[in-house]
Design a protein around this ligand. Structure first.
Ligand SMILES: CC(=O)CC(=O)SCCNC(=O)CCNC(=O)[C@H](O)C(C)(C)COP(=O)(O)OP(=O)(O)OC[C@H]1O[C@@H](n2cnc3c(N)ncnc32)[C@H](O)[C@@H]1OP(=O)(O)O
Ligand SMILES: NC(=O)C1=CN([C@@H]2O[C@H](COP(=O)(O)OP(=O)(O)OC[C@H]3O[C@@H](n4cnc5c(N)ncnc54)[C@H](OP(=O)(O)O)[C@@H]3O)[C@@H](O)[C@H]2O)C=CC1
Length: 284
């Protein structure tokens, strides 16, 4: 199956990054969100990244213009009827994702593959709301999408070999490296990463050290490019909390309990970099 047109649903930090790499790989991309304002914000980010590529001599002005011209904004989910492939990147909420997949199943032609960029939610359950579970798969990009090489590809219980192969080929076409995992809460990436971040938050909560010190220890001592609290702010504290809740509920093990300080920050609207404040402060 030759993929020509894809839809990316959710123009937040992940969706806009995915649209950028897909358009750069030559695909026509319909970038969908509930409000045009969010799409315009996503497009602005893509434009900024491409301008930096031009300034650094990695792309020409013409290539930049061609990539941007391949991205079409749309607030109408019905536009998915024209697509061969859909990647959903809305907020990390099972009911909201299931609702989108239910609608997509009714809108899209039967051959269209429906992928989710979920960080932790069960692909098998998302697939089960559709009449095409063999064509539903997890395609988990890492943040920042234009930079990070990995795509964690998650096979739901019913995902077919053909669907897996198409996603593996597509990932390579987007200059990424796909790695296959099975469908368990948090998959591999966030089952390993998020408890470390949660533990770093417990260290703040218990007054073991200041956020700056915790990050410095992990950067200088473990060679992490970002400390865990800066990384949590970068991912989004709401997303971190949702993922911890999925791990906690999915495994029923208290070792995954989200730190109360994480809950408090999210309730206060301190979502990290995207809201201007999390463990650290950011200028918009
Ligand atoms: C939650 C989940 O479900 C899964 C996840 O995604 S978990 C998060 C996974 N991501 C990480 O762990 C990221 C950890 N951090 C890093 O790797 C690095 O800090 C970083 C790549 C983000 C930035 O690197 P840095 O060396 O500190 O900064 P900087 O020199 O500004 O950037 C390095 C390059 O990345 C690019 N870059 C940085 N941030 C970017 C962004 N948001 N978008 C696009 N490009 C970006 C820069 O342009 C620069 O490119 P060139 O050198 O080619 O010009
Ligand atoms: N942040 C990260 O580091 C990573 C996140 N992910 C996953 O990617 C997904 C998106 O995360 P991220 O980009 O960070 O989140 P953001 O909050 O940046 O973006 C989510 C976007 O989806 C929009 N949205 C919400 N509901 C709908 C809907 N029904 N239809 C269309 N658009 C909708 C939101 O609009 P509004 O603002 O109005 O809600 C927002 O623009 C999540 O599943 C997350 O777990 C995966 C890898 C890494």
């Amino acid at each position: 199956m030759g993929i020509q047109t894809m839809m990316v649903i959710g123009a937040g930090q992940m969706g806009s990054g995915i649209a950028q790499v897909a358009a750069t790989a030559g695909f026509r991309v319909i970038l969908n969100d509930i409000q045009d304002e969010f799409i315009q914000r996503g497009l602005k980010g893509i434009q900024k990244n491409l301008t930096r590529d031009v300034e650094k001599g990695r792309k020409t002005e013409q290539e930049k213009a061609e990539i941007l011209a391949r991205i079409e904004p749309s607030t109408d989910l019905q536009a998915a009827a024209q697509t061969d492939f859909v990647i959903e990147a809305i907020i990390e909420n099972l009911d909201k994702k299931a609702e989108i997949f239910r609608q997509l199943d009714a809108i899209c032609p039967p051959q269209t593959i429906l992928a989710s960029n979920t960080s932790s939610l069960p692909i098998t359950e998302i697939a089960a709301v559709t009449n095409r579970p063999e064509k539903v798969i997890g395609m988990h990009f890492m943040n920042p999408v234009p930079v990070m090489k990995l795509i964690e590809v998650i096979r739901g219980l019913a995902t077919s070999d053909e669907t897996y192969q198409i996603v593996e080929d597509l990932s390579k076409k987007m200059q990424k490296i796909p790695v296959e995992v099975n469908d368990f809460p948090g998959f591999i990436s966030n089952r390993v990463l998020m408890p470390m971040i949660n533990e770093a938050i417990y260290c703040v909560y218990e007054g073991v050290a200041k956020p700056e010190a915790i990050d410095q220890i992990m950067k200088l001592g473990m060679n992490h490019p970002m400390g865990p609290l800066t990384l949590a702010d970068f991912i989004g504290l709401d997303t971190c909390l949702y993922i911890m809740e999925v791990l906690h509920e999915g495994f029923g093990d208290s070792k995954y309990r989200p730190c109360p300080l994480l809950r408090k920050y999210v309730k206060a609207g301190w979502l990290g970099k995207k809201s201007g404040r999390g463990f650290f402060r950011y200028e918009s």
